[in-house]
Design a protein around this ligand. Structure first.
Ligand SMILES: [Zn+2]
Length: 98
């Protein structure tokens, strides 16, 4: 068994690979906006990650949000809607607890 091995660094993709990667992502995640997949960033918040833009899943919201491709499975809403939904969930949880 491998113990605490470092994750292999992701490699930068060439243009064609990037296009393929986006096609694959879009099959899996319908909220990915076409043409927004970006190669690995060297610095900043997104360093070592590929990013893509998604469209918020709230009807009539339409906001875009930049997310790491590794977070796509969890992130479906823009930041504003995520906060609002989190507040609502907490509110409902309190109601149920009574
Ligand atoms: Zn939204």
């Amino acid at each position: 068994m491998a113990t605490a091995t470092l994750k292999p660094k992701k490699k930068r993709l060439n243009k064609d690979e990037l296009k393929d990667a986006e096609t694959t992502l879009r099959k899996k995640y319908k909220h990915v906006i076409p043409g927004t997949l970006k190669n690995l960033a060297a610095v900043g918040n997104w360093s070592g990650k590929r990013t893509v833009k998604i469209k918020c899943a709230t009807p009539r919201c339409g906001n875009e949000r930049k997310v790491a491709t590794s977070d796509l499975a969890q992130v479906r809403y823009c930041e504003r809607c995520t906060l609002r939904r989190r507040r609502q969930r907490r509110h409902h949880a309190q109601l149920r607890a009574k």
